[in-house]
Design a protein around this ligand. Structure first.
Ligand code: KG4
Ligand code: ZN
Length: 339
């Protein structure tokens, strides 16, 4: 008999609901919250309010698109953390109440593991997915990690950022250039028209497989500040080159450590996940590196790069198979890595 899982994602500023039939995607509905644009970043209180308004219509649409009735659901999976507490509470409370009403189990999902497991969502029959163990570079607005994925439940962090996340590094540089939030996609677009060798930034020297991006962001800030002192049109005249050079440096650093992790572990199946994996530069460079290093590479479809509920539903599906259900007294967690 097929298993139908409803996934709920509300950890940051996207309200999302998705339905999977086993690993097959039936729907993946995402309501973005435009309200944060005018503030240059996510405002937690506004995010919780918007989730509260969006959650029921988003779930209704997800069920409609999936063409199933709510009483066909086998279980409800939801993001327990990490994320913004007020936002997580909306999804968690909804999942608990809905599951109680339907008399089905609830399944708590770790957002970071879910980004990785998105690779197992089947978008068409027989779509490719990695085999265990594989390596995954998770690059999002809150996290940057190299993970050895041994199974859906057993994941080991081999390296991570000691300060800013890769997405933050994109967003902060965009802010310095006066670009709207989120800045990652803006930098991506500008970089496509610029020269990646126009400016050089010192690359962080961090031991092992860890990363650091705060120094890079500071050197970008100083370069722009010094440029503006000499010419107030500095950003406008150089925005494509600034974006291209900065993006190229970030990608070099990210992929350099990933290559090292693959060489050290001998693992040749390599995946990328998280919001920054939507970046066209990193997708291209990773494909090139995979050819050189003879990796089998897994790059997610765009709908699975940034936050979405299909990834929560697939993580829930694996836990459902294990009978790993949560109890009604569980609380979300705002911080932390894998739990
Ligand atoms: O995974 P995600 O949606 O949310 C978190 O869990 O953090 O990632 C959001 C991050 C933001 O920092 C955003 O700027 C970045 O992903 N991002 C990109 C691109 N699209 C989204 N960064 C670079 N290039 C992109 N095309
Ligand atoms: Zn995320």
């Amino acid at each position: 008999m097929s298993i139908y899982i409803l996934g709920i994602e509300s950890s940051c500023d996207d309200t999302s609901a998705a339905v999977l039939k086993d690993r097959q995607i039936l729907s993946n509905v995402i309501a973005n919250q435009d309200i944060h644009k005018s503030y240059g970043g996510v405002v937690p209180e506004l995010a919780s309010r918007a989730h509260q308004q969006n959650i029921i219509p988003v779930v209704e649409v997800a069920l409609q698109k999936a063409k199933i009735k709510k009483n066909q659901l086998s279980g409800i999976a939801f993001t327990r953390g990490p994320g913004l507490l007020g936002s997580l509470l909306v999804g968690t409370s909804f999942a608990k109440a809905f599951a109680l009403g339907l008399n089905v189990p609830i399944i708590e999902v770790n957002h970071l593991k879910a980004h990785i497991l998105a690779h197992f969502v089947e978008t068409r029959p027989g779509s490719r997915h990695p085999d265990f163990p594989f390596l995954c570079l998770t690059v999002s607005g809150g996290h940057t990690q190299i993970v050895r994925v041994n199974s859906p439940s057993d994941m080991q962090i081999l390296g991570k950022t000691i300060d800013d996340a890769a997405g933050e590094a994109f967003d902060k540089a965009a802010k310095i250039m006066g670009l709207p939030y989120p800045g990652g996609p803006q930098i991506d677009k500008l970089a496509a028209q610029g020269n990646p060798d126009a400016f050089t930034f010192p690359e962080p020297k961090i031991q092992g497989l860890n990363y650091s991006f705060s120094g890079l962001k500071t050197s970008f800030l100083y370069l722009v500040r010094d440029g503006l002192k000499k010419d107030e049109g500095f950003i406008e005249k150089n925005k494509a080159d600034l974006a291209a050079s900065y993006q190229a440096t970030l990608i070099r650093v990210l992929l350099g450590k990933l290559r090292r992790a693959a060489r050290e572990t001998g693992i040749r199946q390599v995946a990328i996940a998280g919001g920054v994996s939507a970046n066209s530069g990193i997708r291209r460079k990773l494909t090139q590196m995979a050819e050189k290093e003879r990796w089998e590479v897994f790059i997610p479809e765009f709908q699975f790069t940034t936050d979405n509920a299909a990834m929560i539903a697939i993580a829930g599906y694996f836990k459902y198979l294990d009978g790993d259900f949560a109890s009604q007294d569980l609380a979300p967690y705002a911080r932390g890595g894998f739990q």
